[in-house]
Design a protein around this ligand. Sequence first.
Ligand code: UT7
Length: 330
Amino acid sequence: MPKKLTAAITAVGGYVPDDKLTNFDLEKMVDTTDEWIRTRTGIEERRILKGEGLATSDLVVPAVKQICEKRGIHPEEIDCLIVGTITPDYIFPSTANIVCDKIGAKHAWGFDLSAACSGFLYALTVGASLVESGRYKKVVVCGADKMSSIIDYSDRTTCIIFGDGAGAVLLEPNHEGYGVLDSILKSDGSGCQYLHMKAGGSKRPASMETVLAKEHYVYQEGQTVFKFAVKGMADVSAELLERNKLTGDDIAWLVPHQANLRIIDATASRIGLPREKVMINIQKYGNTTAGTIPLCLWEWRHELNKGDLIVLAAFGGGFTWGATLVKWAY
Ligand code: UT7
């Protein structure tokens, strides 16, 4: 009997801009030290998209082009493209629309999905469902953020964390049991107060007042978010393994959202995975929000083997969090 239809990841792409912002650069901008940032977060540098008029779509386009090259497909073959992001090019239209136009994906429809640092996981689950429905054969799922566009570089509590970057995966139908096997996603809107952007939405439209009050930047109560993140990401990862009757020994890689090395370590230890089995690139890119997980997949793409079971886990603004189990398909 053929196995049920699953959505397999068949290609991965990624992109980070060339410009680096190091801890030493930040020492000159705010009252901080390289030592404080490294020990509290694990970050050494991040990438920043510089250039007039460049936006999140410009991070996504190279990642999606890589995917098309790798699979030898024309962008016109893409059925749907989803962009997980909280820094869209515009409030409307969607970044997905703009990306599709820039790459010539003329037959695709698409949309942006807003779930902050869990944006890629949410989008991956939605994209996988589209493939599993049998109606779509090539769905591109992207996670991308130009965080530098919403960061106050005079606020030492947030500017040290975030960077810019994008990653993307192609999902295609599979009948051999590879791909997205399970996903547990959660959200709790009462967490909004601890991590949000105060203005620019319909509640507080942009005005001279909101700009002067610096309300178009990320606001975060770091310690509170940290506590929720440690518990949320570790608990949901453990729940996912338990539901699938797996232990850490069965897992080839943990692919965690890169927000803070201490949160990553807590999650890995909770599900019994040693550091060697955890993808960590926070030192190079910082927290690229929806970009972190696909950027890890992109960087580790040559080390992933067919049949590897991997756990993707995230926690972020909303609050939103979740974990996804994937069986690597190639
Ligand atoms: O990805 C989305 C979800 N976000 C997260 O998961 C982020 C979660 N939060 C964190 O990663 C951490 O809370 C931070 C990295 C943001 C902050 O680290 P922390 O260990 O929680 O520091 P803290 O906020 O408790 O601050 C400790 C001290 C304070 O000084 P006092 O009050 O003890 O004198 C801060 O003012 O460190 C001070 N501080 C800094 N010192 C040097 C805060 N930021 C800095 C800084 N450099 N950049």
